[in-house]
Unconditional design. Structure first.
Ligand code: CP
Ligand code: NVA
Length: 317
C-alpha cells in the first residue's frame, strides 16, 4: 500500500473490515448511495472519476458477483479492469512478491480473491499499490460492507438492529461480526458445535463491541437465535476450498436451513439475506429466496454501488 493522507482512504488497502473506522464506513455508504441514485437515474456517471485508471483482478477462486461488479464498476467510473485467473496462480508460476512487483508497475490497484488470507496479506505487504480483499477463507469485507449498506437502506439507523446468521461461522460471518460490532448491531450466530468461527475474530469483534455497545450472541438452535431478529442471514455450508468436507458438512448443517418457518420464528418484519451463490434446498429454500421477505437481489445489486464507492475513495482524487 501507499501512504495516505490522514482520514482518507486514498491509496489504502482493504484486507479486513477492521481496517476501516466507523466514520470511513459511513463515508463509503454515503458515496455509494449517491452513486446508486445517479446510476439508477442515468445508467452512467457524469464526469466519471476514474478515467485512465486500471484495476487488476487477481482471482484464484471462481466468482460471479465480485468479478462482474468490480469490472462493470470500473468501466462505469471511466476506468478499466483486467481479469486474471488461472494464468496467474500466485506462488506457482511466480511468487506473490514477483506478481506484486510487476503489477504495481502496470496498474493502479489490485482486487485479489485467494484461499488463504495470508496470501492477500503478503500481496498487500509487497505491492506499493492498494490491495482489496475480494474474499479469502478468513474474510469477505466487500460483502459485509454491502450487506450493512443494504440494511441501512432498509431500516435507516443501524445501532440496535439484530442480524441473526444461521449456519457456518465462516468468512462472511467473520466480516459481518466485525463490521456489525463496529456499527453497533447485535450479531447472532447459530452454528453446529464443530463449526465455530475463528476465536481470534470473535475476540476482535468483542473488543470492538465493548467500545460501541454492540452485542455478539452465539447458540446452537436456529429458531432460538432468530427470535426477534430484523435479518436472518445464511451462506453456503461449504465454502470454496472446503469441498473435501462437503458430505460431512451436509450432515452437520442439516438443521441450519432458512425456510419460511424459521423466518416466521424470527418475527413478522424479518427479512432474509444470502451473499450468494445459494444452494437452493440446502441452506435456504427457494420459497424464501424468491419470496416477499427476501432482500437478496437488492443485496446483490448493492455490491456494484458499494464497491464503486470504495474504488472512488481509494483511487479517486
Ligand atoms: N457473494 C459473492 O462474493 O459472490 P461471488 O463468489 O460470485 O463473487
Ligand atoms: N462463504 C462462501 C462465500 C462465497 C461468496 C465461500 O467462501 O465460498
Amino acid at each position: 500500500m501507499t501512504d495516505a493522507p490522514a482520514g482518507s482512504l486514498r491509496g489504502r488497502d482493504l484486507l479486513s473490515v477492521a481496517d476501516l473506522s466507523a466514520g470511513e464506513v459511513n463515508r463509503i455508504f454515503d458515496r455509494a448511495a449517491e452513486l446508486k441514485a445517479e446510476f439508477r437515474a442515468e445508467r452512467r456517471h457524469a464526469g466519471p472519476p476514474l478515467v485512465g485508471r486500471t484495476l487488476a483482478m487477481l482471482f484464484q477462486r471462481p466468482s460471479l458477483r465480485t468479478r462482474v461488479t468490480f469490472e462493470a464498476g470500473m468501466n462505469q467510473l471511466g476506468g478499466h479492469a483486467v481479469y486474471l485467473t488461472e494464468d496467474v496462480v500466485m506462488g506457482a508460476r511466480e511468487s506473490v512478491r514477483d506478481v506484486a512487483l510487476n503489477l504495481e508497475r502496470f496498474v493502479d490497484a489490485i482486487v485479489a480473491r485467494t484461499g488463504p488470507h495470508e496470501v492477500v496479506v503478503e500481496l498487500a505487504a509487497q505491492a506499493s499499490i492498494p490491495v482489496i480483499n475480494g474474499l479469502t477463507l478468513r474474510e469477505h469485507p466487500c460483502q459485509a460492507l454491502t450487506d450493512l449498506f443494504t440494511l441501512r437502506e432498509r431500516f435507516g439507523e443501524l445501532p440496535g438492529r439484530v442480524l441473526a446468521f444461521v449456519g457456518d461461522g465462516n468468512n462472511v460471518y467473520h466480516s459481518l461480526a466485525l463490521l456489525g460490532a463496529m456499527l453497533g448491531l447485535e450479531v447472532r450466530l447459530a452454528h453446529p458445535a464443530d463449526y465455530s468461527p475463528s476465536h481470534r475474530i470473535v475476540d476482535q469483534a468483542r473488543a470492538i463491541a465493548q467500545e460501541t455497545g454492540a452485542r455478539l450472541v452465539f447458540g446452537r438452535d436456529p429458531a432460538e437465535i432468530v427470535r426477534g431478529a430484523d435479518v436472518v442471514y445464511t451462506d453456503a455450508w461449504t465454502s470454496m476450498g472446503q469441498e473435501a468436507e462437503m458430505e460431512a458438512r451436509r450432515d452437520a448443517f442439516g438443521a441450519y436451513r432458512v425456510d419460511d418457518a424459521l423466518l416466521d420464528a424470527a418475527g413478522p418484519t424479518a427479512v432474509a439475506m444470502h451473499c450468494l451463490p445459494a444452494h437452493r434446498g440446502q441452506e435456504i429454500t427457494s420459497a424464501v429466496m424468491d419470496g416477499s421477505r427476501s432482500i437478496i437481489w437488492d443485496q446483490s445489486e448493492n455490491r456494484l454501488h458499494v464497491q464503486k464507492a470504495l474504488l472512488v475513495e481509494i483511487l479517486g482524487g
